[in-house]
Design a protein. Structure first.
Length: 255
């Protein structure tokens, strides 16, 4: 920890990497004095030229009540895409009650192609009854016109808590966003088959398939959406993002 924020109001954390092309990751976290939110900056300090994927991993708790949370992309991406595979092996998936069909493209979280065919899935409303794990990538995110400096975002409306939590970022930094929908579908530790969460993960990558895939030829890059960053030795790379919370609109109207 470089600064605990007690005097400055901004916390600064650094992670030193002894080997490899990246020397340090530094994160600064500044509370917004005027609103319930935090502004965060990630700085990547390369010691050598390299081409790597980069992403963030904010994870938001889901309520227990089925369908009590709604995922709202604040702008329509170029398309949505399901992971071309599965997050768990066949044993872990044995009791899944639903799952997105692998390797599909679609235009809405409300109509996701289902594994095995059948009716489409509404994955905009979580959690769902039963067990499953899904990874959906919003490919080619666009500014929503409401944020600062051309940002975009994904909001999670939680009717149990009566609030909306939004993750905002710049599309130039992270041209896609992964949504990790953890719906009691991971039986191993530490999840134990009861983990309910939504990862809102801005990325410059090809799902979470690693730098070999992301830095090479892949279907997303072929569509003109970057999936890796070209880092240069001695030239820090910075990305700013924000996590904010507000009263759910329905709760505000009721009062």
């Amino acid at each position: 920890m470089l600064d605990d924020g007690a005097a400055s109001g901004t916390m600064r954390l650094a992670f030193e990497i002894a080997e490899g092309p990246i020397a340090r990751l530094t994160r600064t976290i500044t509370p917004d004095p005027d609103a319930p939110g935090v502004d965060i900056t990630l700085t990547v300090s390369p010691r050598a030229d390299c081409r790597l994927c980069v992403g963030l991993h904010p994870t938001l708790a889901l309520p227990e009540t089925a369908g009590a949370a709604r995922i709202v992309p604040l702008a329509q991406p170029r398309y949505f895409a399901s992971l071309p595979g599965h997050l768990e092996d066949d044993t872990g998936r044995a009791d899944y009650s639903f799952e997105a069909a692998p390797g599909q493209r679609f235009s809405s979280l409300e109509a996701v192609p289902a594994a095995g065919g059948g009716p489409t899935l509404d994955l905009s409303r979580l959690p769902r009854t039963g067990r499953s794990e899904n990874l959906i990538q919003l490919v080619g995110v666009q500014p929503d016109g409401r944020g600062i400096d051309g940002t975009t975002g994904v909001a999670l409306e939680n009717s149990e808590l009566g609030c909306t939590t939004t993750v905002r970022w710049h599309p130039d930094d992270f041209p896609s966003c992964q949504l990790w929908m953890s719906n009691r579908g991971r039986p191993g530790k530490p999840f134990g088959g009861n983990h309910l969460a939504l990862g809102v993960e801005p990325v410059c990558g090809c799902w979470d398939l690693g730098p070999t895939v992301g830095a090479g030829d892949n279907p997303i890059a072929a569509d003109g959406v970057p999936t890796a960053v070209d880092f240069r030795a001695g030239q820090p790379w910075k990305a700013a993002y924000r996590i904010e919370c507000e009263v759910l609109e329905s709760e505000r109207a009721a009062t």
